[in-house]
Ligand binder design. Structure first.
Ligand SMILES: C[S@@+](CC[C@H](N)C(=O)[O-])C[C@H]1O[C@@H](n2cnc3c(N)ncnc32)[C@H](O)[C@@H]1O
Length: 352
């Protein structure tokens, strides 16, 4: 089975973390939206790197966000950005297929009736076209470069949200593990006054940023055109420009130092300690951030201030893939993934 773009042995762990994050956050947001008179009546959800709906054969980020919103009965609108038009089309098809499967499984149940309303005004179980209408009502798949399309999303948010309303929601960023982490749209959305209450989750490969910066400073790297990256920093150059008062960093995992940043203006934001999140302003958080920012060769002691952390192996059963999911990995591929997870410590090596 071909694997989706961006799949690695850390993908399952990433998606489990996203699922847990959405589950908790959407539960809280559902409570806030239903009780606060000044709340915009739907959560604003943005997946800046949506992909084609599957990651390594499992539901990808957009499907997870959609599924958790439905599970928590959260009224929402979700924008799913994807650079590649073909992948964007595939994503929409998969969302429709997923909703159809939900309706087959939970015939006319409350699961898909956001806020108890049937948005299409008919019985969802009777007409497969209704799933298309439902998805198009709740999800806008946005093909193209999110650095550009973020302006369309901002315009649409401005149209939907009355001034003075608190807008709860989540923006998720998840680049390809290169220098493509979506910092520009995250900065833009974090500074939008109407999105003050909207939280941010970013998954990022910290090692590649350091490597590219160091490459950009070497003669060989400059010959390869990396000179433009000689001053690229994860923290100073990127995360710190996202305007949110509080933040947590996830302990980095693996040779690529895969990490999450959770950014919010809500002081009592859940801690997600079980998933390795640490307050960025704590001593440990500052040490991790320092290590994510600077390579060993840029540090006085030549050492990273953390190890790579345990690899949490894929646990496919927790994803609740419908048995009929045609692209779900076979048990042999899951076994292969577990086997490769087991050898990870052997592959660890020093990052430069
Ligand atoms: C790691 S994959 C995302 C996987 C997805 N979040 C999931 O969980 O299934 C990154 C995706 O971001 C898309 N992408 C990269 N740069 C982008 C950009 N500037 N605008 C929109 N999408 C982009 C890629 O085409 C790719 O599908």
């Amino acid at each position: 089975m071909p694997k989706a773009v961006g799949y690695s042995q850390y993908t399952t762990e990433k998606l489990e973390t996203l699922q847990a994050f959405c589950g908790t956050l959407f539960h809280i947001e559902h409570g806030l939206i239903s009780t606060r008179g000044d709340a915009h009546p739907e959560a604003i959800l943005v997946d800046l790197n949506a992909g084609d709906g599957l990651a390594g054969g499992y539901p990808g980020s957009t499907l997870i966000m959609l599924r958790e919103a439905i599970r928590q009965d959260l009224p929402f609108h979700l924008w799913a950005c994807e650079l590649e038009p073909v992948r964007a089309d595939r994503l929409r098809e998969r969302l429709i297929e997923y909703v159809r499967q939900c309706w087959a499984a939970f015939r006319a149940g409350p699961l898909v009736h956001v806020g108890g309303r049937c948005p299409t005004g008919c019985c969802p179980s009777c007409d497969p076209l209704t799933a298309t209408a439902w998805v198009d009502l709740h999800v806008t798949v946005v093909p193209g470069d999110h650095n550009v399309t973020v302006e369309t999303i901002v315009a649409e948010i401005n149209q939907r949200v009355s001034p003075g309303r608190r807008v709860y929601g989540l923006v998720f960023g998840d680049g390809n593990g290169q220098l493509d982490f979506p910092i520009t749209p995250l900065i833009r959305l974090s500074r939008h006054p109407r999105l003050w209450c909207t939280d941010i989750l970013l998954y990022v490969n910290a090692a590649v940023i350091k490597r590219t910066r160091l490459g950009g400073r070497s003669e060989a790297g400059q010959r390869r055109g990396l000179g433009a990256y000689a001053d690229t920093y994860l923290i100073d150059g990127g995360i710190d420009q996202i305007r949110k008062q509080y933040g947590m960093v996830r302990r980095p995992h693996g040779q690529q130092q895969w990490t999450f940043f959770a950014l919010t203006n809500y002081a009592a934001f859940p801690k997600f300690r079980k998933h390795g999140f640490i307050d960025r302003d704590s001593e440990q958080g500052r040490r991790i951030i320092d290590g994510l920012n600077l390579a060993p060769t840029e540090r006085p002691d030549g050492q990273l201030p953390f190890d790579f952390g345990p690899l949490i192996g894929p646990t496919p059963s927790t994803f609740g893939i419908p048995a009929s999911e045609p692209s779900a990995p076979s048990s042999s591929s899951a076994a292969a993934a577990s086997a490769s997870a087991a050898t990870e410590p052997e592959r660890r090596r020093r990052i430069t």
